[in-house]
Structures are given as C-alpha cells and as structure tokens.
Design a protein around this ligand. Structure first.
Ligand SMILES: *Cc1c(COP(=O)(O)O)cnc(C)c1O
Length: 387
C-alpha cells in the first residue's frame, strides 16, 4: 500500500487502541503473532487450502446481464461472496483468524455476535478445527434470533446470553472483552468486523482483502481494464474494506461505501472513541453511541472501521446512503432479474448501483460486492411486504 498512514494502528487521526492495560498486553501479543504469520509461507498455504476446499474460493465475478440491460448504463458485475460456504464474506475472516489462533496455541475461541451471522461463521470454523467455542450474544438478541442460537449450538458452540445493559451487541462485546482479558493465555478473541482496537482492523482487512485480490484479477481477465467503481455496503466495514483494498492505489477507480439511511455513520458521524478505537460515530445528546435501526441487522452499528473513517476524510472513498425501502426494492429487482437473492445488507449496495449505473456510459464497469445471500432474510421480507 502506498498510503503511508498505518502508524501503529492509526489511519490518520482514526484507529489506535484505547483499552485497559491488561487488554493491551493481550493485543500486543496478538499483533506480534499476526505480523509474524501473515508473511509465513506455510501459514499462507494452509489459508489458501481452506479458502479453496472449505469456503469454495475463488468465487465468480458474475456479469449481471439482465440487470445491466434494465438499468441501461454501466456494465454491472457481481462479486459473489454469497456463494461462499455459510453464505457470506464473514467466513473469510473466521478461517483466517482461527488459523492464527491455532498458531498461537489457543484452544478456545470466543466471539461476540449481534444478529448471529458472525457467531455462526465462528461456530462453523470452530467445528471444523475442533476448537472449543463460546459466543456472547445480548439476551434480547438471543430471543429475537432464536434460530441462529440453535444453529450455533448445532455447530457445537456454547451461546452465552448477556443480560447486562440493553442485552444487545455492545453488551456482548463487553462480555467477550472481559473473558478475553481473563483468559488470553489459552483463548483467542475472534472479532467479526474491521472495527475494534488495533490490531483488529488491520487483521480483518488482511483476511478480507482476498475479495479484491480476486475481483481485480477477474475483471482484468474479462474486460482488460479496471472498473469505474466498486460498490460495497458498510456496517462495521469488513466486506467493504476487503472489496476496496487492492484498488486503493488505483486513483481512477471510484470506491463507494453504502450505508443505511437509518445508520449513517460516515455521512453524519463525528470523531469519537467507541469500543476501544477512534472512528466516525453517531452520538446521541449524551455523547453515547446512538441506537440505530436498519432493516439489515448486519448494518446496524453506530461506529465504523477506522480506515473507512480515514478514507472518507481524505476523500479517497465516497460514502452514500440508501433507505431501507430502496434496499428492499433492490432485493426484489436482483432476485427477479438475475435469480440471485441478495442479503438485505448487500441489497444496499445493489440499490446504489441502480442509481449510479444509469448515469454512466456503456463503456463503464461497476463491481458490486454481493457480501451475502438473502435466504436468511426471506421471511423478514415476506413480513415487510405483507404490510
Ligand atoms: C455482517 C454482514 C455485513 C456487514 O458487516 P461488514 O463488516 O460491514 O461487512 C454485510 N453483509 C452481510 C451479508 C453480513 O453478514
């Protein structure tokens, strides 16, 4: 990367590590091991093996012909993270971090989860690698997502409902951090998005960068040129940073992150420290992280990865919002036109492509990162459309 900004986990003014001393010690050990193994050829061969044989990479970059013709502008390609085992990009990071955990001698994995998607990816990877797995989940979330709790248990994980606070994601993160501080000698905290204190945003980006490593090679093979724009939805920002990574040094490629209008962290946020790092954050009148309500559970987070905060500040990436209603429309359009049901999160990226592509010429190419498949959302959409 030519962007010389990663100075001890800082991206401009964002990132860093604002945590108690005990936790800092665990994070320093993690950083040291990550730096050691990320360039280790045996480690990387093992990672490549599991991404191929278990996750099903590389996944296709599909030309969405019908969708393109309906929009009447730029050619739209879909990067198919929806075809990964477990149906989304989260497994890329779960496999990467668990291999790191194994190298570090950990026997136990812990993770936080909101709606359950990261919990399921973690439980899946733990089942395959024979690791003990504990997932912290807000009590309220365990009630709302009972099926995902069962799915994690089926995969052999222990799900701990967190009653403290509001029983939501933030409380699950706090419980997981408390466990980590206590047990870091044998326990690895597998964090699910490009957020948290250093070195997590850097680790998650590293393991998600496979998305743009593949898409860049694929678009050059298919079209002989780079895309005009890459579009990805942004919750914590892991699929987006993975989709952007290999284009950061290509100034002619527009990088566009799409947030829900209902949780516009990058569009409306201010610099603040949450969950141990500094990022653009939505704060309420008491300067607490604001509760957000997106129809897409995976986008419902008041903060965002520090690197996105920085890319927004420098203008290298653009961040836009679409409404839940527009995402719902995109969900139906892509299903009907391409036979691909996108996750509601990914539908936000699809919705923005529907606005952008018609403004561009037929010579332009747009890549939409389809972060996940929408099977998990069909029942929710059914209920929403009934009303
Ligand atoms: C979790 C999730 C997201 C949001 O997380 P990021 O870290 O922003 O990528 C987006 N899409 C899907 C399908 C998800 O499961």
């Amino acid at each position: 990367m030519s962007q010389q900004t990663v100075e001890k986990g800082y991206f401009g003014q964002f990132g860093g590590s604002f945590v108690p001393k005990d936790l800092q010690r665990a994070l320093d050990i993690l950083e040291e091991n990550f730096e050691k193994f990320k360039n280790d050829s045996t480690f990387n061969e093992e990672l490549a093996y599991y991404l191929r044989e278990y996750v099903g990479r590389e996944n296709p970059l599909t030309y969405a012909k019908n969708f393109t013709e309906a929009l009447g502008g730029a050619k739209v390609y879909l990067k198919r993270e929806d075809l990964n085992h477990t149906g989304a990009h989260k497994i890329n990071n779960a496999i990467g971090q668990i291999l790191l955990a194994k190298r570090m001698g950990a026997t136990r994995i812990i993770a936080e989860t909101g709606a359950g998607q990261h919990g399921v990816a973690t439980a899946t990877a733990c089942a395959m690698f024979g690791m003990e797995c504990t997932i912290y989940m807000g009590k309220l979330d365990t009630e709302r997502q009972a099926l995902n709790v069962f799915r994690m248990e089926l995969l052999g994980a222990k799900v701990v409902p967190v009653e403290k606070g509001q029983g939501r994601l933030k409380d699950a993160v706090d419980a997981a951090l408390a466990d980590y501080v206590e047990n870091y000698q044998n326990t690895f905290y597998l964090l699910g998005s490009a957020v948290g204190p250093h070195p997590y945003p850097t680790i998650v980006k590293h393991f998600q960068s496979v998305i743009s490593e593949e898409s860049k090679k694929q678009i050059l093979e298919k079209e002989g040129k780079l895309p005009t724009a890459v579009i990805a939805c942004a919750g914590g920002g892991s699929n987006a940073i993975g989709a952007f990574a290999h284009y950061l040094d290509e100034p002619n490629v527009r990088l566009i992150g799409v947030e829900p209008e209902e949780a516009p962290t990058l569009t409306k946020g201010v610099p603040a420290v949450i969950h141990g790092f500094k990022c653009l954050t939505l704060l309420d009148e008491n300067n607490d992280p604001m509760p957000t309500y997106s129809i897409a559970a995976g986008l419902d987070y008041p903060g965002i990865g520090p690197e996105h905060s920085y890319l927004k500040e420098t203008g290298r990436a653009e961040y836009v919002t679409v409404s839940g209603k527009e995402a719902l429309e995109a969900f139906q359009q892509l299903s009907k036109l391409e036979g691909i049901i996108p996750a509601l999160e990914s539908s936000h990226a699809v919705a923005y492509a529907m606005k952008l592509a018609p403004q561009l010429s037929k010579e332009d190419i747009v890549i939409v990162n389809l972060s996940g498949r929408g099977d998990k959302d069909v029942e929710q959409v059914f209920e929403m459309l009934k009303k």
